[in-house]
Structures are given as structure tokens and as C-alpha cells.
Design a protein around this ligand. Structure first.
Ligand code: EPU
Length: 429
């Protein structure tokens, strides 16, 4: 199993190209099930989760072709993916596939919308909390699907098609909003989604669906209105830049000191996180190339942050911020309101010398003068990368185990950091 070896203490200087967003790519790929024509996605990141979803969609009959690298291509340029669901051969998403990646449950909406039925395994437990699917089921039911739970599978049927309806989510949910939108685009009549998620990935998927002929308005606000259409077409769409990758590298340079240009990053996708970094005394400037982040030896100020749905501070940057605050001059407080039990990084950061006290959903982080390298591992993607950030500033060597978590969501992380001066390498054993 691969590991990542880091020797801390080097500044980061240079340019990091920001990849396409994992959390937009996955639903965009799933949206290909809604049409018998070809959907072309540009700027697709090379990630293990993307490969896994290719397998899952392949099982339903989607033909997927990936654009190869041409001579002269920048090696960081995202891939171009052609997805063609001309014929759906299977409407079952089996446990073996869905249990590996929660987002694959979302195929339920396009399968029912296009085929009138779907049988999708319940995703099961997850390292960052229980993560139920009740609100996805609620959305499907509001649009006329009959739902039964049989042997661990959610079976959804709408033999005479879905029909538009009102969906008022009791809490903001990205997965629920994606499901509602994908079910509603081919439904008969108008759907109104209240308390919709406003995440940029929701907007990106809606933009793509509109290019495919859908009639969606209000994406990016908490009220989305969808006029159903009988059929969608193929289209070409470029995946939005990854705001979580952007925020992660911004925190990495805030941690080590130095000066990074995050190329292609868009500040409006993560303004809340940039504001927090500015409060911590990190320098941030936006240019037409991307976002420049630097810190030159000055101390970090502690911050108080609560995770919230977009446009608030994202839960997917909580672990990284915590790693950063282990070196602040004073005491920080971070409250996690989106997922219970998303604090697995706390114990591992402690192995590097961090002082963190957990009380319910709030972590209190007392800044320490130095961290020291140690072997660590984490059980989810964002927790793993928080250990990388801490290791970049720790004295001596850190070995990060279970690197497959990082490969799920960060495109060639060690390569991007090494090019900017980090002492980091993948150890294959
Ligand atoms: N929830 C329910 N019932 C549901 C669905 C969600 O109670 O039916 C709860 C969840 O348990 C959670 C809250 O609602 O407490 C928000 O969940 P949401 O549906 O918004 O999250 P998600 O769609 O499952 C996506 C991202 C996550 C990211 C969250 C929040 C993808 C593939 N995943 O998950 O990303 O943390 O939104 O922004 O888009 C990651 O990339 O590492 C990651 C975990």
C-alpha cells in the first residue's frame, strides 16, 4: 500500500494549477444517464473516485472514453471525457459498487427519470457520520416515485414517469438537491425546490443540464425552479475549478510560509475561507491568473470558525484549517455543524504534537511553537490532507499511511507540492 513521506520545514513557492472539482465531476458524470446522446466533459480531474464512478456507470451501460494526452499538452490539463448512455442496460446499482463511493447512490434520480425504475443499494455507514439518504428519498417521493426498501436496496418506481412537485428540504443538502434537480429535469410539469443547497457544484451541474436542454432557474440560490422537458440532448461542459483543492493549498502555504499562485482558482468559490485566512494574517490577492497566497515569517493569528453550507465556511476545509491553527499564536475554536464525527484527524494531529480539545461539535486548538514528525494515518480524504499540511511544517519525517484516501480527491498531490519546494514523495511498498 502506498505511503507519503514528508520532511517538514520547507517553504512553498511557485505555481500550483487547480484541477476540476471532484464534487462537480461526479454528479456531472451521473447526469450523462439523462440523455441518449453524448455528454462531453472537459477539465475532468484524474482521481480514484472518478475511476470508480466510471465502473459504476459502465455497469448501467454508459460508454466512456477519455481523451488522451497529446504532444505538447500541459500534463496538468484536465482530461476530456465522453460519456454516452445511448442504451441503459441495467437499472440496478449493486452493493459492491455503491458501498465504495457514497455519491454513486445519486444514480437513482436519472435512472428513474429516464427508465421509470431503479434499484440502488443503500450506501451504508461512512467514516464521517451516519450520512442518511432520507432526504433523497423524500425528493423522489415528492416527484411521484414509489419507494420501497428491499434487502438493503432502495427500489424506486415511476412507471408512468415522474411529475413536477414542491420539495422543501428541512435541512440544506447537496446530495438531496442534486437528486431533486436530476429527477425534475425530465418530469412532467414544474418543480420548485425550497431550501436548496447553493454550493457552486450544484450551480455547475445546473449549467451543464441547461446546456443539455433542461429548464432550470435559480441554481445558486435557495429556491430552484425546474420546468420539466421531454428529452435532453448531448452537450459540452468544462468542470468548475476545485474550491476545496484551492483552499487546501492556500492553507498549506499559510502553514509553511512562502508564496504560491493557485492558477485557475476563483475567489468567489471560497470567499468565506479566504476571509478566514485573511483574519489569520495570511496575504491573499486575486488576479486574472488565479489566487496568490503568501506568508512571510509573520505569526498566524488564531480564529473562530463554524462550518456552514455555502456560502459559509465549508466542512471540507475544516480539517485543513485545524491543522493550520495548531501553529497559531493563541487559541482557536472550530465548530463542525454539517457532519457529526468529522474529527478523526484530531487524534492524529495530536501525534504530531498538536494540542486540541474536543467538546461535542467544537474543537479548541491551542497553538504550539512546533510540531514533530510521526507516522500517521487517517480514515477520510480531508482528514488525510490535513495531516499532510501539518507534516509540511513539522520537524523531521512524517509518514502518511493509507494514501488511497488522498488519491480519491487530490490529483497528484505530492507532485504539485514537490514542484513548489516541499520535501515529499510517494513510497510504494
Ligand atoms: N443528510 C441527511 N439526509 C439526507 C442527506 C443528507 O440527513 O438524505 C445530512 C447529512 O448527514 C449531513 C447534511 O445533511 O449532515 C449535509 O449532507 P449533504 O447531503 O449536503 O452532503 P453530501 O451531498 O453527502 C457533499 C460532498 C461532501 C461535502 C458535503 C457538504 C460530494 C460527492 N460530497 O456530500 O464532500 O462534505 O456535500 O458540503 O459532493 C468530500 O469531498 O470529502 C466530501 C465529504
Amino acid at each position: 500500500m502506498d505511503r507519503i513521506r514528508i520532511v517538514g520545514g520547507r517553504e512553498l513557492n511557485g505555481t500550483i494549477p487547480i484541477s476540476g472539482a471532484k464534487n462537480a465531476t461526479l454528479p456531472l458524470m451521473i447526469a450523462s444517464l439523462l440523455t441518449d446522446q453524448t455528454l462531453i466533459l472537459d477539465n475532468v480531474p484524474r482521481l480514484a473516485d472518478v475511476v470508480q464512478l466510471q465502473r459504476i456507470l459502465g455497469n448501467h451501460g454508459v460508454d466512456i472514453m477519455l481523451g488522451g494526452k497529446r504532444p505538447g499538452d500541459d500534463e496538468y490539463k484536465g482530461q476530456t471525457m465522453h460519456l454516452s448512455a445511448a442504451r441503459i442496460v441495467d437499472t440496478t446499482a449493486p452493493y459492491e459498487l455503491v458501498s465504495k463511493m457514497r455519491a454513486s447512490f445519486w444514480v437513482i434520480a436519472p435512472l428513474v427519470a429516464r427508465m421509470g425504475e431503479a434499484r440502488v443499494s443503500m450506501p451504508g455507514g461512512c467514516a464521517i457520520g451516519t450520512r442518511p439518504v432520507d432526504l433523497l428519498i423524500l425528493a423522489m417521493e415528492r416527484l411521484g416515485a414509489d419507494i420501497e426498501i428491499e434487502g438493503g436496496y432502495v427500489v424506486a418506481r415511476a412507471s408512468r414517469g415522474l411529475r413536477g412537485g414542491e420539495i422543501a428540504f428541512p435541512k440544506v443538502t447537496v446530495s438531496g438537491t442534486h437528486t431533486a434537480v436530476m429527477a425534475a429535469v425530465l418530469a412532467d410539469g414544474t418543480t420548485v425546490i425550497e431550501n436548496a443547497a447553493r454550493e457552486p457544484e450544484v450551480t455547475d451541474v445546473a449549467d451543464c443540464l441547461n446546456k443539455m436542454g433542461a429548464k432550470i432557474s435559480g441554481a445558486g440560490t435557495s429556491r430552484i425552479v425546474i420546468e420539466g422537458v421531454p428529452k435532453l440532448n448531448g452537450a459540452r461542459h468544462s468542470v468548475v475549478p476545485d474550491r476545496i483543492e484551492t483552499g487546501t493549498y492556500a492553507m498549506a502555504v499559510a502553514m509553511t510560509g512562502g508564496d504560491l499562485m493557485l492558477e485557475g482558482a476563483r475567489p468567489e468559490l471560497l470567499q468565506a475561507a479566504l476571509d478566514v485566512l485573511a483574519r489569520a494574517d495570511v496575504n491573499i490577492t486575486s488576479t486574472n491568473r488565479g489566487i496568490r497566497v503568501s506568508r512571510n515569517g509573520a505569526g498566524l493569528k488564531p480564529v473562530e470558525v463554524t462550518t456552514e453550507p455555502f456560502p459559509g465556511f465549508p466542512t471540507d476545509l475544516q480539517a485543513q484549517l485545524m491543522a493550520l491553527m495548531t501553529r497559531a499564536d493563541g487559541t482557536s475554536r472550530i465548530t463542525e455543524t454539517i457532519f457529526e464525527n468529522r474529527f478523526m484527524h484530531v487524534q492524529e494531529l495530536a501525534r504530531l504534537g498538536a494540542r486540541i480539545h474536543l467538546d461535542g461539535e467544537t474543537a479548541t486548538i491551542e497553538g504550539v511553537p512546533r510540531l514533530r514528525g510521526a507516522p500517521v494515518m487517517a480514515t477520510d480524504l480531508r482528514a488525510s490532507v490535513s495531516l499532510v499540511i501539518a507534516a509540511l511544517a513539522a520537524q523531521g519525517e512524517t509518514m502518511v499511511n493509507r494514501v488511497y484516501h488522498l488519491d480519491r480527491g487530490f490529483e497528484r498531490l505530492e507532485d504539485k507540492l514537490a514542484r513548489c519546494g516541499a520535501e515529499i514523495e510517494r513510497v510504494t511498498s
